[in-house]
Design a protein around this ligand. Structure first.
Ligand SMILES: [Zn+2]
Length: 119
């Protein structure tokens, strides 16, 4: 599922880009390939044409291995406890309606950590 979000290029230009806020690689396996090859949520700045990763939180979901993990920007690592609290509250609402198994970490920072996990 793609959503429009405001992102910034490395030169500081801000623009709206359509990016994935969730990636269910069970139903959309190409998203896993994009994460591995670096084309996932890649945006092009309309001003300077620089390509950069839209560093916005997204939910990585692989039902075949019961993995459901939030991937937050590296720059948010200092707020890990707040983010964990937030995603646990959200998960509690969802799981009260639809209980699901989950394995592995619930929160990662940066695509590198995700690549290391799913590689
Ligand atoms: Zn730019």
């Amino acid at each position: 599922m793609k959503r429009d979000v405001r992102v910034a290029c490395p030169n500081g230009h801000t623009f709206d880009a359509s990016v994935h806020r969730s990636a269910n690689v069970t139903t959309a396996p190409h998203l896993r390939a994009e994460i591995m090859d670096g084309s996932f949520n890649l945006t092009t700045c309309p001003v300077c044409q620089i390509e950069s990763y839209a560093d916005v939180p997204f939910l990585y979901h692989d039902t075949t291995v019961s993995l459901r993990v939030w991937v937050y920007p590296e720059r948010d690592r200092h707020a890990a406890e707040e983010i964990r609290t937030k995603i646990r509250q959200a998960a509690a609402i969802v799981e009260s309606v639809l209980p699901t198994d989950r394995r592995g970490p619930e929160l990662l920072f940066g695509l590198e950590e995700l690549r290391a996990l799913i590689n």
